[in-house]
Design a protein around this ligand. Structure first.
Ligand code: T4K
Length: 396
């Protein structure tokens, strides 16, 4: 019962869909089908399917407005947006990043021929620990690639200070941070670029999709060349670009999703607060720190279980048709293509190593009922009580 193959997951998902009683770690939110069909009819009429279509342009503008940022460049997925962000800023050599993320964060470096340098994380936020960054800087370091993991803001000010001192670029993997604000300022306004994902598992989805956010109009222009093979006009190619374009169906879905995203974030918040209330004070269980001054998007509900209890909980939940996921275990630094790097040595990453052993993300999505949360918490409490933990843990 250690892990599930992709086929097992899909079968489980199909069975769950028909039985109605399974809880997955997440389920996408979709608008009413007839609203989408109306957009499809317009696409069919216009026969303009991709390459900066009308819905694409509308979504870029509407998103920039909604997010409170200068410019948005849409992509067909978050990984292509990450790859392109590194290209646009011509990042090379070594980049300091976190091992506690989805593997795409480091893969984007790898695909650009850049060496990831893993830095340990902060025990409270689980984001890059700025106090450990400077020791990893070498003459080959060109940038920092932090992640706002679970939508919790990284220490943007301290990272900016270090980047300024050493002349480094900063690209935020903000794939979890759609709509997150700190002191009313969008978290996406920090660093040189921020990258979003609109994958089916994200709080704002276009099925697949992503974006690069910038406040620099010239950079936005370069990003738009790069995602369209480098074309500036019919005959001029400005850069070795790629095909990263979002199509009109994705953009249409995005326009509709914007209508509903606020109410969905509120539903997530309600469910998250219920989880927190029901799980508070269980010995051996730590909840994710959520800073009160942050406007959260309530993406993910990770909990951290002490001393080997995590996998028992994962198994017990599955026996009851509850498919929690261990995001982010294993650490990226454990995967074969990265584990030989000097920075991947587990002794250098104690906080990330511990978090990866303890974490489990419980189901969270707006269509869940309060009774679903109670059901999950019942299993968590019964497993936790079977371990003799003495007192609540406060940090990872
Ligand atoms: N950086 C970060 C920090 C990221 O988290 C991600 C993506 C990226 C970069 C890259 O962005 P993209 O290129 O993906 O835009 C999922 C997602 O595939 C991935 O997008 C996401 N992070 C990651 C955290 O999670 P899996 O392999 O766990 O997904 P999967 O297919 O097992 O789905 C999880 C559950 O979601 C299913 O059990 C049920 C539900 N689900 C999923 C899909 C695809 C649905 O209900 N419907 C669906 O269509 O990676």
């Amino acid at each position: 019962m250690d892990t599930m193959s992709k086929d097992d997951l899909l079968n489980t998902f199909e069975t769950a869909h028909s039985s109605g009683d399974a809880l997955m770690v997440t389920r996408p939110d979709l608008p009413p089908l007839e609203e989408f069909t109306a957009y499809l009819e317009k696409i069919w009429d216009r026969k303009w399917l991709t390459n900066n279509g009308l819905f694409h342009r509308q979504l870029e503008e509407r998103l920039a407005d909604y997010l409170g940022v200068g410019h948005v460049s849409l992509f067909s997925n978050g990984t292509l947006a990450l790859l392109s962000a590194l290209q646009v800023l011509r990042i090379k050599g070594e980049v300091i990043t976190t091992p506690y993320s989805f593997v795409a964060t480091s893969h984007a470096l790898n695909w650009n021929g850049i060496t990831p340098v893993f830095c340990d994380i902060d025990p409270l936020t689980l984001n890059l620990d700025p106090a450990r960054i400077e020791a990893l800087i070498t003459p080959n370091t060109t940038a920092i690639l932090p992640v706002h993991v679970y939508g919790n803001p990284a220490d943007v000010r301290e990272i900016e200070r270090i980047a300024d001192v050493y002349g480094l670029k900063v690209i935020y993997d903000a794939c979890h941070a759609f709509g997150v604000r700190e002191g009313r300022e969008s978290i996406l306004n920090y660093g040189d670029l921020s990258v979003l994902s609109f994958h089916a598992t994200k709080i704002f989805t276009t099925m697949e999709g992503g974006a690069i956010v910038t406040n620099d109009a010239k950079l936005k222009q370069r990003i738009d060349y790069i995602k369209n093979f480098g074309f500036a006009d019919e005959t001029t190619v400005m850069a070795p670009g790629i095909n990263g374009k979002m199509n009109e169906m994705q953009a249409a879905l995005g326009l509709l999703q914007l209508k509903y995203v606020d109410e969905r974030i509120r539903a997530r918040e309600r469910l998250s607060r219920l989880y927190r209330e029901l799980l508070a004070g269980l010995p051996g269980l730590t909840l994710l720190h959520r800073a009160p001054e942050v406007e959260h998007n309530w993406a993910y509900f990770p909990v951290f279980v002490e001393e080997g209890g995590r996998d028992a909980l994962y198994g017990a939940l599955r026996e009851r048709n509850i498919y929690a996921r261990r995001y982010f275990y294993p650490l990226i630094s454990h995967f074969p293509m990265y584990r030989g790097l000097p920075s991947a040595v587990p002794e250098n990453l104690p906080v990330a190593e511990a978090a990866a052993q303890k974490v489990i993300c419980l189901p969270l999505y707006p269509a869940m009922e309060e009774a679903d949360v109670e059901r999950v918490c019942g299993v968590v409490a019964s497993v936790i009580k079977s371990y003799s933990y003495s007192e609540p843990e406060s940090v990872i």
